[in-house]
Design a protein around this ligand. Structure first.
Ligand code: BJW
Ligand code: ZN
Length: 229
């Protein structure tokens, strides 16, 4: 049996990392759609960096929760028949011990230089000046994440689509599933005959096509999943 799992911000909510939408989804009254865009960065890179540094500082203090850890157990059980597909940029799955994962929206702990193109990990939670400068060439750097209107990393998306099309069970955890193309993966899986399982305390656009719904927070929901899979 082949198992694919798609996660969103909701799996990190119990670690204290705010989700994007719904309660607590706003930062200084900006919506993510106003900050997570190349246009916003061009207009005001310092403001966008301020948001990312605030998020980094929250994530740096957070620990993986029972939901992240139960997914590591699932990976151990299913080995090469398991793939974790995450929209999250926080790195908490890796910190929990997940290895077989693809990041669809990049990683908040990586930066990319707009002048020389270098990509490197950078764990700073503050910089002497904003926006920060590239350590190689002094050019403007940006978070290496995927903003609205930008293409997802080709390899990661291809792999995610391949698994959605070929898995037997597709589990969707803690995502509003409104952001595409990630939000399309559960439908793709369903179309190809997979059973779809949703773990989310709220209903989402995936709920109507789900074969099983666990209306619970991720921490208890994924533990229940472990008992049945
Ligand atoms: C719990 C819980 C608990 C709470 N336990 N659960 C139609 C079709 C296709 C595309 C589009 C379309 N219309 C528009 C588009 C474009 C756009 C898009 O989707 N827009 C929509 C808003 C309509 N998509 C894009 O632009 C994408 N790129 C693209 O399409 O490129 C095309 C292209 C091709 C070739 C060349 C060039 C271009 C890119 C999308 C990038 C999204 N980026 C962000 C920011 C990443 C960096 C960062 O983190 O800052 O990704 S936006 C933000 O949303 C972030 C997330 O990964 C993503 C999804 O959010 P998520 O994870 O679902 O979080 P929430 O907050 O929405 O939901 C949390 C859920 O948790 C809720 O359901 C809660 O109930 C639940 N929850 N507590 C379990 N304890
Ligand atoms: Zn550079």
């Amino acid at each position: 049996m082949k198992l694919a799992v798609l996660t969103g911000a909701g799996i990190s909510a119990e670690s204290g990392v705010p989700t994007f939408r719904g309660q607590g989804g706003l930062w200084k009254s900006y919506r993510p759609e106003e900050l997570a865009t190349p246009q916003a960065f061009r207009r005001n890179p310092a403001l966008v960096w301020e948001w990312y540094l605030w998020r980094r500082s929250v994530i740096a203090k957070a620990e993986p929760n029972a939901g992240h850890i139960a997914l590591v157990e699932l990976e151990r059980k299913y080995t090469e028949n398991f793939l974790l597909i995450t929209q999250n940029v926080d790195g908490l799955h890796q910190r929990a011990g997940s290895k077989r994962l693809v990041e669809l929206h990049g990683n908040i702990w990586r930066v990319k230089c707009l002048s020389c193109g270098v990509v490197y990990y950078d764990y700073s939670v503050s910089y002497a000046q904003l926006p920060p400068a590239c350590k190689e060439c002094g050019g403007l750097i940006r978070p290496d994440v995927v903003w609205f209107g930008e293409a997802l990393p080709e390899d990661a998306l291809e792999l995610a689509i391949r698994w959605a099309r070929s898995c037997d069970v597709f589990v969707v955890i803690g995502t509003s599933a409104v952001v595409y193309p990630a939000g399309e993966l559960p439908y793709l899986a369903k179309e190809h005959g997979a059973k779809v399982i949703e773990i989310n305390p709220e209903s989402t656009p995936v709920s109507p096509i789900a074969d099983v719904i666990i209306r619970e927070p991720a921490s208890s929901g994924v533990k229940k999943l472990l008992e049945v899979l």
